[in-house]
Design a protein around this ligand. Structure first.
Ligand SMILES: Nc1ncnc2c1ncn2[C@@H]1O[C@H](COP(=O)(O)OP(=O)(O)OP(=O)(O)O)[C@@H](O)[C@H]1O
Length: 259
């Protein structure tokens, strides 16, 4: 469960270039929800993810993950509760190490064990099982150096490494944006397989309207630092890309009228 209440963040407050990034944002995700966050540039999507992860300290408001109020909790402590996958497929993994060594690094990071425990048979079997969730055949490439994988395989590996510690919340920060359309679709399908198998509560930011329509059980549209529109349940199933683009158009028209 994720609950954001009245989150407000203003950059350069009181100065000529004051920017209101979050303007009383309220959002709640139930356990097992897969929320897809959309919104135009500057709507506050990254600021919201940063406020959840602790990279951004709110001026006012509250962030709660399950039973814990994490608003004042430092990033390293929150890291135990959440996993985040970023846009750049080169950042989440170590290129010159093998798939198995990368899995071990992630494992040790989340379990606070020491590296010298090494890659034993039990671990390798567990990694194979976890990688198989992605449906990309990576379970058969444990000894392959990561730099030899495709961008999509690499980003999917980042994802499975991030969720190894069974986080209470998964944040996907435009994690397919740097990939070509076909690869992005492969990574999205792998993402859904992992999310469903591990029953993860997920919040994904995307500019890809087709992905917003195809994946997740809720669409959350941000505008000017707050939630402007939420679409869930049956309504989400009926929603088309054109509908979503229409909501962006309404916003632009409003802005034109105001200017
Ligand atoms: N560190 C910062 N310093 C100053 N202003 C910031 C900072 N971070 C965000 N902002 C401002 O806050 C507002 C929200 O930005 P944010 O990056 O959260 O939007 P976004 O929806 O993620 O946009 P995009 O789709 O372009 O990534 C914008 O006006 C932005 O310029």
């Amino acid at each position: 469960m994720l609950e954001i209440k009245s989150a407000r963040k203003v950059f350069f407050k009181g100065q000529a270039d004051e920017k209101i990034a979050l303007n009383g944002l309220n959002l709640s995700l139930k356990t097992g929800d897969f929320g897809v966050v959309i919104g135009s540039n500057g709507a506050g999507k990254s600021s919201m993810l940063n406020a959840i992860s602790g990279a951004l300290i709110l001026d006012t408001g509250k962030v709660q993950i399950n039973e814990t109020d994490v608003t004042g909790m430092p990033v390293y402590k929150r890291a135990a509760k959440l996993a985040r996958v970023f846009q750049d497929p080169m950042k989440g993994t170590a290129a010159s190490m093998t798939v198995a060594e990368n899995m071990l690094l992630a494992d040790l990071r989340s379990q606070k064990r020491r590296l010298r425990q090494g890659l034993n048979a039990t671990r390798l079997a567990a990694y194979k099982e976890r990688l198989a969730l992605l449906g990309l055949g990576l379970e058969n490439r444990l000894d392959t150096r990561v730099e030899l994988l495709s961008g999509g395989q690499r980003q999917s590996l980042s994802l499975i490494m991030a969720v190894g510690g069974e986080p209470e919340l998964l944040l996907l920060d435009e994690h397919t944006a740097a990939l070509d359309p076909r690869t992005a679709d492969i990574v999205m399908k792998a993402t859904v397989k992992a999310v469903e198998a591990l029953k993860l509560t997920t919040l994904m930011v995307t500019h890809n309207m087709q992905h917003a329509v195809d994946y997740g059980n809720r669409i959350i549209m941000l505008d000017a630092g707050k939630v402007r529109l939420e679409i869930g349940g049956e309504e989400k199933k009926q929603t088309t890309v054109a509908d979503l683009i229409g909501h962006f158009a309404v916003k632009s028209d409003r802005m034109l009228l105001a200017s």
